[in-house]
Design a binder for this molecule. Structure first.
Ligand code: PMP
Length: 407
């Protein structure tokens, strides 16, 4: 018996009541973005209809209230990931923006010609391209940690790749394509013993398991609010204070300065040093409602329920002839990727959509991984706690119907 009352939870997500192409929505694209609970929508609406003001600058009532709420979210994030200091939590525009900030600023300060950056073969393009760009600028090199046929990082190869030139290991916690949850704690320990820093891309893990940055001992963690029931346009970069203090600002502008003269500008302290310009105020404030919501449900309850659902979906999907799973790690979480023999994933996705079932098809921003598995695209169903066995059954029925039509 699950500790979650999923029928009640579903009432909190208005979009689950909508229809698509005349059919009740079966939303299985949670790895792309999650639906929003009413508490988040209400907080956005309240802010935009009553509380609009800029933060940090004004002394009027609304600006002070906005600033307080804006900083309360930072404390909520600090507690949620168990950061030691609240100023170790930096607001960004999303995971992609956070990695660009990190690659540029860390790279500027710590990367030299001949240095190496280790990335796994299963990285999202967001955790590849920014590192390639800074590597090119600095004369450093991106080196790839291989993935085996099951979709796991080969730890023996990882150990061999660690050498004194490796300044950064940037690795995805849970793969958006394979679902593999990597042994980041062990990888971090090995990297630190080698003198390397580690960044964890938590875009796909943050909503599905408890993350404790002090327990992991990661140097950096990045994630997006929109993948954990919060608004778009907001992400988090967590970094250890001593590293963030050493790193130069990424962007210049308002809020990140201490004093500006035309001769020389001095910079603000953390976190403001990395937060130039007017931030996503309504989004930040509403994000606290999302964090409070998942904490009330309990991350362990979420983890257990979702794993049960994924196991059911996997066994049902395997019953369909011609299905090949992409990613069969024992550590899978939330994501079920597959190809159906003789059918292009886009055709399958289109026919599922006609039946109200929303999945994602394509390369999922992991082209090197597609190449590793000898495909150019696959279909992906991704689950969360408001999904049910009935959703899985609808997916399976829709695939069978599409198969009849296409084959
Ligand atoms: N990394 C991973 C593993 C992801 O799944 C995603 C989103 N698909 C990203 C990075 C990029 O996130 P965003 O588009 O929110 O910046």
């Amino acid at each position: 018996m699950s500790a979650l009352n999923v029928e009640k939870i579903r009432e909190d997500f208005p979009q689950l009541k909508t229809t698509v192409n005349g059919r009740p929505l079966v939303y299985l694209d949670n790895a792309a973005t999650t639906l929003k609970p009413k508490v988040v929508i209400d907080q956005m609406t309240k802010h935009l209809s009553q509380d609009v003001a800029n933060v940090h600058r004004g002394i009027h009532t609304l600006s002070e209230m906005g600033t307080r709420q804006f900083e309360e979210t930072r404390i909520a994030v600090q507690n949620f990931i168990n950061a030691r200091e609240v100023h170790e939590v930096i607001y960004t525009k999303g995971t992609t923006d956070a990695i660009n900030l990190l690659a540029n600023s860390f790279g500027e300060r710590f990367l030299n010609a001949g240095d190496e950056i280790l990335l796994s073969q299963m990285e999202h393009h967001s955790n590849i391209v920014p590192w390639q760009m800074i590597a090119e600028k600095k004369g450093a090199k991106v080196v790839v940690i291989p993935v085996n046929d099951k979709g796991d990082i080969v730890l023996e190869d990882y150990k061999k790749l660690l050498n004194p030139k490796v300044k950064m290991v940037s690795v995805v916690h849970t793969s958006n394509t394979l679902g593999t949850t990597n042994p980041v704690k062990e990888m971090i320990k090995l990297a630190h013993a080698n003198g390397s820093k580690v960044a964890v891309d938590g875009a796909q893990s943050i909503a599905h398991q408890k993350i404790d940055v002090q327990d992991l001992d990661c140097d950096f963690l990045v994630f997006s609010a929109h993948k954990i029931y919060g608004p778009n346009g907001l992400g988090i970069l967590y970094g250890k204070e001593e590293l963030l203090n050493e790193m130069p600002p990424y962007q210049g502008g308002g809020a990140m300065i201490s004093e500006v003269t035309f001769e020389k500008t001095t910079y603000n302290i953390l976190p403001n040093k990395f937060e130039a310009g007017t931030p996503a105020i309504a989004e930040v404030i509403a994000f606290k409602a999302a964090i409070d919501y998942v904490q009330k449900l309990g991350m362990d309850n979420i983890y257990n329920y979702e794993h049960e659902l994924l196991a059911y979906a996997t066994s049902e999907l395997k019953k369909i002839a011609g299905i090949r799973l992409i990613g069969e790690s024992e550590t899978k979480s939330g994501v079920l990727s597959f190809v159906l023999e003789g059918v292009h994933p886009h055709d399958l996705g289109t026919l599922l959509d006609k039946q109200g079932v929303a999945i994602r098809t394509g390369h999922h921003c992991t082209q090197p991984l597609m190449k590793r598995f000898g495909i150019t695209a696959c279909a992906r169903a991704s689950f969360t706690f408001y999904n049910t066995k009935a959703d899985v059954d609808a997916l399976i029925a829709a695939i069978n119907k599409a198969k009849e039509f296409l084959l």
